[in-house]
Design a protein around this ligand. Structure first.
Ligand code: ZN
Length: 501
């Protein structure tokens, strides 16, 4: 075969793999949203078979021979073809080190674990989830040892979510944040407190749903390619390619802000996913490049835009229209201060921007300790409570609001959490860069997201996985990433809100 025949065959195989991914994504989405309660086993059956087929296609002779042949003509390939090859080689070389039966058993384990996590959280029953959690941690350690025996297992998984991330880098990053955030939290604690009563009331699902659709419209999300569902834990998923994206939220009837910021957060993920160039669909290059960059986009829209004074001033009349009785007598300034209330709390997804990273650090410490065999999964609940007391000074009343609150571990996403803090910090540096080109506040004040979205599309979204995450970030920033822009942003914003000198 000549080079062009080889690349055609390579794209054909990637396209076939994406069809399996499409089916798998849809089954997971269905399981989290509308599938009947007792159907997990049924899904695990189909997922087991689909993952076996896709494993065989990825690691079969046809693909391995093709990768070898393509590697021989690497210099003749286009930039796009070369990058596809690089990503395929990385993924497939690692995948084939995991025996097929273990690979399939793991996919089935995840379905059962997610299903059990739902009921465990509902019933505040950590013990029922524990056997799954133990198996997940064991599988993660084993896979890391098989795929990258030269790396520490936890470092391997950190690197799967963010290129080149290690515990050493995480430690340095978190220390930088702590040094600035802990004193800031202390001075805010001593300042006169704002109240958040304007966020509370009786907000029906119907009204919140209508408001969520309005938010998605304001954000410029293409509704022909993105729908909104409801789940216990909000998330975003692409189905097969960036051409079909699903986001979810969770309505709390006594507080509209919980779902509001989930919708904006997941909407940020959706914009990023949907922004890939169309010719990247059905290839290794489609969608977001890493979870750190993904979170830089979701937390950018959620916080840097969504919790800004300019946005709240713009959205306040929309809020009043959505919840006329509940909002009557309140002002935009009250809402701005309420949604930026800094208070140590129990739930990460509802935490304010200043204490948020402490929630992430707790999860990082815990999962790292289990991966390094310094802590057993059965002790996670107790350790969770101890660290919340130490870091945030709060008492965790139950596991539902503690160790069972996030869905990540049940989905096998160990090593994901640091991406949230990194992404938040990337976002602040990206905003500083964006401000050189765009009057961001002026756009937000008018509810005009187009220039902001177009900037992100040009600099970040359209590239998909063409660059590694660190290369992409550096190309956007024009300099090395520096977390100081994040701590500067937080200090400046919150000193103003809390009248601190
Ligand atoms: Zn997110």
């Amino acid at each position: 075969m000549n080079t062009s025949e080889l690349t055609n065959k390579f794209y054909d195989l990637q396209s076939r793999l994406s069809a399996y991914r499409h089916a798998v994504d849809l089954i997971y989405y269905d399981g989290a949203t509308t599938a009947p309660k007792a159907s997990a086993e049924n899904r695990a059956h189909a997922l087991g078979i689909l993952s076996e087929e896709s494993y065989k296609l990825s690691t079969g002779d046809e693909m391995l021979t093709l990768l070898d042949d393509l590697a021989k003509v690497r210099d003749e390939l286009s930039e796009k073809d070369r990058r596809c090859l690089e990503l395929a080689e990385k993924e497939i070389n690692e995948m084939k080190k995991i025996p097929l039966d273990e690979y399939v058993a793991y996919q089935e384990l995840i379905v059962a674990a997610e299903d059990t996590w739902h009921s465990a959280k509902e019933n505040d029953d950590f013990a029922s989830f524990l056997p799954y959690l133990e198996k997940i941690f064991a599988a993660k350690k084993r896979f890391a040892e098989l795929c990258a025996p030269d790396k520490k297992p936890y470092d391997y998984w950190l690197g799967q979510f963010e290129d080149g991330l290690t515990t050493e880098k995480c430690d340095a990053f978190f220390e930088t944040l702590k040094a600035r955030l802990v004193p800031l939290i202390e001075s805010i604690g001593k300042a006169a407190q704002n109240d958040d009563s304007c966020l509370h009331g009786d907000f029906s699902d119907e009204k919140q749903l209508a408001f969520s659709h309005k938010l998605m419209e304001i954000m410029g999300i293409d509704r022909n390619r993105c729908i909104l569902g409801t789940t216990e834990h909000p998330f975003t998923t692409s189905i097969g390619s960036h051409k079909d994206v699903r986001i979810t939220t969770n309505f709390k009837n006594d507080n509209f802000a919980s779902s509001m910021f989930s919708v904006i957060h997941e909407g940020g993920h959706a914009l990023y996913d949907m922004g890939s160039c169309d010719d990247l669909a059905y290839t290794y290059l489609d969608g977001g490049v890493s979870m750190g960059i993904h979170e830089s986009q979701s937390r950018f829209y959620e916080n840097l835009i969504g919790r800004s004074e300019a946005f709240i001033n713009y959205v306040f009349p929309v809020l009043c229209e959505a919840f006329p009785e509940e909002m009557s007598g309140h002002t935009a300034d009250e809402v701005y201060k309420a949604i930026n209330l800094v208070t140590p709390s129990l739930i990460r997804t509802e935490a304010d921007e200043v204490t948020y990273c402490l929630h992430v650090m707790i999860r990082y410490e815990l999962e790292r300790a289990v991966m390094e065999d310094r802590l057993e999964a059965k002790d996670l609940s107790t350790e969770w409570k101890r660290l919340y007391k130490e870091y945030l000074g709060v008492d965790v009343p139950n596991d539902r609001m503690g160790v069972l609150q996030d869905s990540h571990w049940s989905g096998g996403m160990i090593g994901y959490f640091p991406s949230y803090a990194l992404g938040s910090a990337y976002g602040a540096h990206i905003l500083k860069k964006m401000r050189e080109d765009i009057d961001v506040d002026a756009c937000i004040s008018k509810g005009d997201f187009t220039p902001i979205n177009e900037w992100n599309r040009k600099m970040i979204w359209r590239h998909g996985c063409m660059m590694k995450s660190d290369e992409l970030l550096e190309s956007v920033l024009g300099e090395s990433f520096d977390p100081v822009h994040y701590t500067d942003y937080l200090e400046e914003k919150y000193k103003k809100i809390y009248n601190l000198v």
